[in-house]
Design a protein around this ligand. Structure first.
Ligand code: ACM
Length: 558
């Protein structure tokens, strides 16, 4: 145990975000051209990252095996029990430099993230501002471990495509906040973003649309430029590897059986052809929930097995805990076409099912078994509870806590991401200046006071809450600047909720968080993040005249 006091919400040096469990100031140290990195077994990824990130910011080579001061990286398995789990880490400083020890390679990496924060905001730049012989930093003994194992960000690249460079940048931003699960929402009514070799029309046809509604669907405005893009198989491999270098797992989402109009536009036979002329469909150019859903046929199951065979290859399960997961969506599947379709009705009768909800459940359960047979795990939005939950499935609880509570009570793992708290597309302040305001106001403080584990759960049930994630839906985010604005600074609050041992929501010291954020904004500036400033948007961040859909009052809890 280091000589450190429990974090009491005050006086965290250098405004560390997320706040560590314990720390004690320990004088000052310097980083200079002769500082070397001494990497122990299992720490190669962190050493590469440190050399890349800090080498760029300081101009120092950070070579291995230098004489003199060192940054020592070590995996110390005993820390797992001593310091709070497999991702625990410890930072110590002495005459010879800084020692970063982790219970695992990931723990060492999170320790390196804290170390960069200690060096100051300029350590987040990609080149030195001026020649400096030494960087003096406040040394601090830190002992830290995350509260939750699943600390995520979901990014919707279907509604608006984010080119690959932007995705890699978001992985860097996640790493800087100790987030470790990137939920990659790759398909929706408005676009299909992943190359599937055996179905080329998914990228030739489904990856772009000829125009796009600008603003909420009630807006009269259109952007008449074609919009689209997709990740090649090698792009995906690069993204997955880049994430793994940062101890982040990518969980891909292929949304079925709803949110599938883009796929149906490419392959009309996937739709309910006895109800609509699916050959006349195009990739949707408007927002909302399309009625064009997949047909519940064996041919459609076979088609998506083909898709998932390639998805499993592109997103392999490895040693990382959450790498077996594949997200299958399952949300908001409108049932009108199934109600009308003779094919769907016959299917319901043949399978002896009660109704359309049970048909959706049959569809999801098929893939639950299919994934399980391949050593993988299914996760879906909480609608997958309707009509009976597939045996091995985990649930992303978005419509409130209710789905997560029901799932945890039934022994299923849960990611708590209720829209009432962590939908980062929702507006973050009242008033006319918020760009394209959507839904209820969810301020930075609201996110900071979000509690992922509802009181209704017993201790044993609560152990099924793997963690939480922020969800970024991009209907009204036409570029990376808009994504930054909606995501930051609230993702920093979500990161602290996911990582730090915070008291009950009402007792959380938001003033202390804001104090630390004043330092953190300087880091975000250095990283080039177009966050929402505390006083409101810059003029160029506003979207005057673009209709949103604000809702009054606090969001109703479900
Ligand atoms: C969702 O927001 N439809 C998961």
């Amino acid at each position: 145990m280091i000589d450190a006091t429990p974090h009491d919400g005050t006086g965290v040096p250098a405004g560390l975000v997320p706040a560590p469990r314990r720390l004690a100031p320990a004088g000052t140290l310097t980083l200079h051209a002769g500082t070397g990195i001494d990497e122990g077994p299992g720490t190669a990824r962190t050493a590469r990252w440190l050399r890349g990130a800090l080498g760029a910011a300081t101009g120092f080579p950070l070579d291995p095996a230098r004489e003199g001061d060192r940054i020592t990286l070590r995996v110390v398995p005993a820390l797992e029990t001593e310091a709070g789990g497999p991702e625990a880490y410890r930072l110590r400083h002495g005459d010879g430099g800084t020692v970063i020890e982790g219970a695992s390679p990931a723990g060492v990496f999170w320790g390196a993230q804290t170390f960069r924060q200690l060096l100051g905001a300029d350590a987040f730049r990609r080149a030195p501002l001026a020649r400096r012989d030494a960087w003096v930093y406040p040394a601090a003994a830190v002992e830290d471990a995350p509260r939750f194992r699943w600390r995520g960000l979901m990014l919707d690249v279907a509604r608006h495509f984010m080119p690959k460079d932007g995705v890699l940048r978001y992985l860097d931003l996640m790493a800087a906040h100790k987030l470790n699960v990137f939920h990659f929402h790759l398909t929706d009514d408005q676009g299909w973003r992943v190359e599937i070799e055996r179905y080329p029309r998914l990228t030739e046809v489904a990856s772009w649309r000829s125009r796009t509604k600008f603003g909420h669907r009630a807006s009269p405005l259109w952007d008449d430029r074609p919009h689209g893009g997709f990740y090649t198989r090698d792009d995906i491999r690069e993204i997955v590897a880049y994430a793994a270098e940062r101890h982040i797992t990518v969980v891909p989402e292929i949304d079925v059986p709803g949110h599938s109009q883009a796929a149906i536009a490419a392959y009309p036979e996937l739709g309910n052809t006895d109800v609509v002329d699916t050959a006349a469909l195009s990739v949707w150019d408007n927002w909302g929930i399309s009625a064009n859903v997949l047909a519940p046929t064996e041919d459609v199951l076979r088609f998506y097995e083909g898709v998932f065979e390639e998805v499993l290859e592109l997103f392999p399960a490895d040693a990382a805990e959450f790498s077996p997961f594949v997200h299958i969506g399952g949300d908001e599947c409108r049932k009108e076409q199934w109600t009308e379709s003779v094919t769907a009705k016959t299917r319901i009768a043949d399978l002896g099912l009660a109704d359309e909800d049970a048909l959706q459940s049959w569809f999801i359960k098929h893939f639950d078994r299919w994934f399980a047979a391949r050593g993988r795990r299914l996760i879906g939005w909480d609608e997958i509870l309707e009509g009976g939950l597939a045996p091995g499935a985990a649930v992303a609880s978005w419509r409130g806590y209710g789905g997560g509570i029901a799932a945890a009570r039934a022994g299923h793992d849960v990611v708590m991401c209720p829209e009432q708290y962590v939908y980062l597309d929702h507006r973050q302040a009242p008033g006319e200046d918020e760009p394209v305001p959507i839904s209820h106001v969810r301020t930075l403080e609201d996110v900071y006071r979000f509690e992922p584990v509802p009181e209704a759960l017993t201790e044993a049930e609560a152990r099924h809450v793997l963690g939480t994630q922020g969800n970024v839906w991009t209907e009204v985010m036409e570029d990376a600047g808009r994504v930054d604005y909606q995501t930051f600074p609230r993702l920093a609050a979500l990161a602290e909720v996911a990582w730090s041992e915070l008291p009950a929501p009402a007792a959380r010291d938001f003033a202390d968080f804001e104090r630390r954020m004043s330092e953190h904004y300087r880091r975000l500036d250095a990283l080039g993040v177009a966050y929402r400033p505390p006083a409101g948007p810059h003029p160029w961040q506003r979207r005057p005249g673009v209709l949103g859909r604000p809702k009054d009052g606090p969001p109703p809890n479900r």
